[in-house]
Design a binder for this molecule. Structure first.
Ligand SMILES: Cc1cc2nc3c(=O)[nH]c(=O)nc-3n(C[C@H](O)[C@H](O)[C@H](O)COP(=O)(O)OP(=O)(O)OC[C@H]3O[C@@H](n4cnc5c(N)ncnc54)[C@H](O)[C@@H]3O)c2cc1C
Length: 428
């Protein structure tokens, strides 16, 4: 049996950020991270599109992302750790209706200093060789596609390498003498009475009880505090002890296309939108197919966040579906960007979003010495630093967390009991 002060289940980006921020505040604590995989960030973190944006309809999501991105920029620019962070921008291609819906959000965020630039459809058509007018196209009509009315470019957005972020937290945590055990599978949470009486079958309902650690395939780990940061697997543990977290797993798929054809190369390296000289991360009008540029590899990543009727399903190793690209993404994509005609993915991968079905925000709370840190709802990379800081403040019982850049955040706003967030409308 192992004993420690804090055991963190999950060495994904949230688990490691949390472990690091707790250890940074308390170098004397014995903090142990365990993960079933053989290295850091091999769960949903490894399957992410590794992009970031500071555009959310909710102020809380905006703040979590904005302050984390500032921290990553500081790590790269001031500490000299290459996170492969590049401000390529996010370009939202919007139908007239979507533009009308987004505008109040942009106006609100402009007060918080969010910069954005608007483009007329015709200008984008010229610069990106984009079909902005689909009128008269019967297939587009069947697909329910709309004309592009305008484009909105968010410059404080872009791409990063999730693996580099994870390695940064891992290294910093280890430098502080944190401990990580890979290849350890947690089987269950251990619940014990706060005042054990030594009677078989404890704890009984009349006893006050607490989570006192985890049972793993490598033995028992006892801890004063257990932090559950197991991503999409969180509900599996909580259901077993009757704790609600409102997190559900949902498969997301990414398909990689090489920019081999000259017209695709031209699209990938379209200049004038950012200092990198590539196309921005681009979001098509609803149903919102996503195009993530990978300029250093000469590749595009394509995805689509499907909702109804895809099941919430926990899978150990989710697989991409060829038909999802061929009958889904491809059909929509070529209507707007004909450059992709006859292009097939050379590789693909799938992972799990850990969706907070209540409001699309992370969930950070503590109950009976168990802390839960998760539910980043498909944007955990871009919010991981802030989430780690909020979790560390919760660990210390503080009312407010100091996010990077000096902004304060009320810890209970992301809890369950006194949760105070507006529903996120721009989840993609
Ligand atoms: C296709 C896709 C695209 C995405 N794109 C983006 C993006 O562009 N930008 C962005 O910010 N976010 C994106 N996300 C979301 C982002 O990847 C997640 O929000 C983030 O990785 C969640 O981190 P986590 O640490 O909570 O979970 P995870 O990375 O899944 O970490 C949880 C860890 O817990 C471990 N674990 C689980 N069960 C056990 C057990 N029984 N025993 C031991 N260990 C266990 C797992 O092995 C895993 O390492 C994307 C996700 C997907 C799937």
């Amino acid at each position: 049996m192992r004993e420690c002060d804090v055991v963190v289940v999950g060495a994904g980006v949230l688990g490691l950020s949390t472990a690091y921020h707790i250890k940074r505040r308390h170098p004397e604590l014995r903090v142990l991270v365990v993960d079933k995989f053989s290295a850091a960030g091999q769960g949903s973190t490894a399957k992410s599109m590794s992009a970031f944006r500071c555009l959310f309809s909710s102020r809380v999501n905006y703040l979590l992302s904005d302050s984390s991105v500032d921290f990553y920029a500081y790590v790269q620019n001031q500490l000299g750790v290459d996170l492969k962070l590049a401000f390529v921008g996010y370009l939202w291609l919007l139908s007239e209706r979507e533009y009308g819906e987004l505008h109040p959000v942009l106006d609100g965020l402009a007060a918080s200093n969010l910069k954005y630039e608007e483009f007329e459809a015709e200008e984008l058509a010229g610069r990106l060789h984009l079909n902005v007018c689909l009128a008269g196209d019967e297939e587009a009509e069947v697909l329910g596609l709309n004309d592009v009315y305008k484009g909105v470019l968010i410059p404080k957005a872009g791409i990063v390498d999730a693996d580099c972020i994870v390695k940064f937290y891992e290294e910093e945590f280890l430098k502080l003498s944190g401990e990580i055990h890979y290849g350890v599978r947690v089987e269950s949470l251990i619940v014990e009475p706060c005042k054990p009486l030594g009677i078989p079958g404890e704890p009984f309902f009349w006893q006050e009880s607490r989570v006192s650690g985890v049972k793993t395939d490598a033995g028992v780990i006892k801890a004063k505090k257990t932090v559950l940061a197991a991503g999409a697997w969180i509900p599996q543990f909580l259901d077993a002890v009757g704790v609600e977290c409102f997190i559900k797993p949902k498969k997301r798929q990414v398909f990689a296309i090489e920019a081999k054809k000259p017209e695709l190369k031209q699209l990938l390296y379209t200049g004038g939108f950012n200092p990198v000289g590539c196309m921005p991360f681009t979001i098509l009008p609803k149903p919102r197919v996503l195009i993530r540029p990978f300029p250093t590899e000469g590749v595009f990543w394509l995805s689509y966040a499907d909702d109804f009727p895809r099941a919430f399903k926990l899978e150990e190793d989710p697989q991409p579906e060829k038909s999802f690209y061929e009958y889904g993404i491809y059909q929509v994509l070529v209507k707007y960007f004909p450059q992709f005609r006859d292009c097939h993915p050379y590789s693909a991968f799938a992972g799990l979003y850990e969706i907070n079905t209540l409001d699309g925000h992370p969930v950070i709370f503590e109950e009976n010495d168990l802390m839960v840190v998760g539910g980043a709802s498909g944007s955990g990379i871009m919010k991981a630093d802030a989430i780690g800081r909020v979790a560390a403040a919760l660990y210390d019982g503080e009312e407010y967390a100091d996010l990077y850049g000096g902004r304060r955040f009320k810890v209970s706003d992301l809890g369950i009991k006194e949760r105070r967030v507006e529903r996120e409308k721009l989840q993609i």
